[in-house]
Design a protein around this ligand. Structure first.
Ligand code: URA
Length: 240
């Protein structure tokens, strides 16, 4: 059960005082009846977004919420970086949600593809935990042709990136053409894929993530599009 004013304030509909004013104006309706008490206790069931309306619109999905996004090029994953963030692709009200939404790992500004965004802290930690070894698959376009030795170097589990002490875990390379390859990694070190190709004398010109665990970037999501992840999609992450 959740207090109505706290529930709606946590979904970004305003402060608790503003939510109380919405209730007083009859703009919060449950099962067709305007609610009178902003302190009413509401059962937060899965069907609540279809039953509880604010200003005539179904409420946003309460936490826990996980999104699947096709991150476009040119937007950043962190508020600390300059530029437009992935959060700006979501409804404005969602920036005031509590708990807040965070990306599960990051993609560079110049990387596109599958990005998960969640307000579910335990779920986020399950996906990024090094112990979980969730595979992330990237398609890289390279400045120079592959020399044939990269696959063995990446698979060895001995490659040490510049300014790091610990070797990378083994990673799987699948050449797609002279200058294109899929690379599957289980870690998430800073700029990892770009730095791996730099370590073997190449340069990544374009990078796209198309899979996390057993979850593929949905074919119907255009760059910039996102939607709420289904239970099957969340489960697929852990089934690779
Ligand atoms: N590796 C990179 O270099 N960049 C990304 O965005 C993800 C992995």
């Amino acid at each position: 059960m959740a207090r109505l004013d706290r529930l709606l304030a946590n979904l970004g509909y305003g402060s608790r005082r503003e939510v109380t004013a919405l209730v007083a104006r009859g703009q919060v309706v449950l099962d067709g009846r305007p609610l009178k008490d902003s302190g009413a206790k509401i059962a937060v069931t899965a069907d609540l977004p279809t039953r509880l309306l604010v200003a005539g619109q179904p409420i946003d999905p309460p936490a826990p919420l996980t999104l699947v996004m096709h991150k476009p090029l040119g937007v950043v994953c962190s508020h600390r970086e300059a530029g437009r963030t992935v959060y700006e692709l979501l409804p404005q009200r969602w920036r005031a949600r509590e708990p807040g939404l965070s990306t599960i790992g990051r993609l560079d500004k110049d990387t596109s593809g599958l990005l998960l965004i969640t307000d579910d802290g335990p779920f986020l930690h399950r996906v990024i935990s090094p112990k979980a070894m969730i595979a992330k698959r990237y398609a890289a376009t390279l400045a120079r042709p592959l020399n044939g030795g990269e696959g063995a170097t990446f698979a060895a589990g001995t490659l040490v990136l510049e300014n790091e002490a610990d070797p990378l875990a083994p990673a799987a390379l699948e050449p797609l053409s002279e200058t294109q390859a899929r690379l599957t990694i289980t870690e998430g070190r800073y700029h990892q894929v770009r730095r791996m190709f730099a370590a073997v004398g190449n340069h990544v010109e374009a990078l796209h993530r198309d899979r996390i665990g057993g979850l593929d970037l949905p074919a119907d999501l255009e760059p910039g599009d996102w939607r709420i992840a289904t239970a099957d999609e969340l489960a697929a992450i852990f089934t690779a």
